[in-house]
Design a binder for this molecule. Sequence first.
Ligand code: GLN
Length: 310
Amino acid sequence: MKSPVTDYLEDLLTSTRDENSGELAAYIPELAKADPNKFAIALTTVDGRSYAVGDVDHEFSLQSISKPFAYALALADRGLSHVISKVGVEPSGEAFNELSVEEGTQRPDNPMINVGAIAIHSMLVSDSAGQQERIDHLLDFLSRLAGRQLHIDQSVFESEKETAQRNLAMAHMLKSFGLFEAEAHEVVEGYIAQCAIKVNVQDLSIMGATFANGGVQPITGEQTVDSIVARQVLSVMVSAGMYDGSGTWFAQVGIPAKSGVSGGVLGVLPSQLGIGVFSPRLDEKGNSVRSIEVFKQLSAQMGLHMMNAE
Ligand code: GLN
């Protein structure tokens, strides 16, 4: 028997499907080949109930949605004070691929923009870890969050490697500041592999529910990270998860979130829900247009805005 939640989510798909504005991410050739009509929504509660509608089996690369997860793993591997000494937690107010760092400290502003995420990737495991070790460690962690073995989309990985000049420039800048020891191109390759990890919307909602649940994966029961780490990650998602659209997003939707240029959006409502939405057309900031519409309606209709007074 279908649950009323699934019926509600199907209505939501129908009422937002007409939103056809936006463009596919063209700067990564493989992403420009995506089917723009793919559309899916999933919710997972902190007690492990999952609901998914639309193209639920369709897999897409995480892209920037990998950033909060990699941040969590760096915090778990290296500790808060080490990570904070290298990457800040302030919104940058700039595009996700801006080549910029904080004045004075030379730290990237936050882990959700590319320059910060590249620095975070370099910190995984330890300073002396190799490229493959960092990737394997992250893939294992993300698989534990999802509760199933995840894989890297090789064609997306190869495609982004061909067009990585901007990310390479950022890595060389960070290396010149002494932020990491490893070779800049190895860190960027690892970061690109991180972005190419494939999920479906249900995986995304389960991974989000793990953070909503203080780091405890709601289906396997594993404590994947400390609750303090989960809280730190969600806090940064509030101020920087939707890039320079984060303030407007939080005022309108009120759910900590992270977007990626393949069209996914992850939402995490502490103590309640993980939400995954996928639709590939993006606005000028690189956020999925339809996914934003889904979140707006979901938040308004279900009263999910975190700043609502009871
Ligand atoms: N891999 C992409 C990049 O580095 C991720 C960007 C994104 O999803 N906003 O450009």
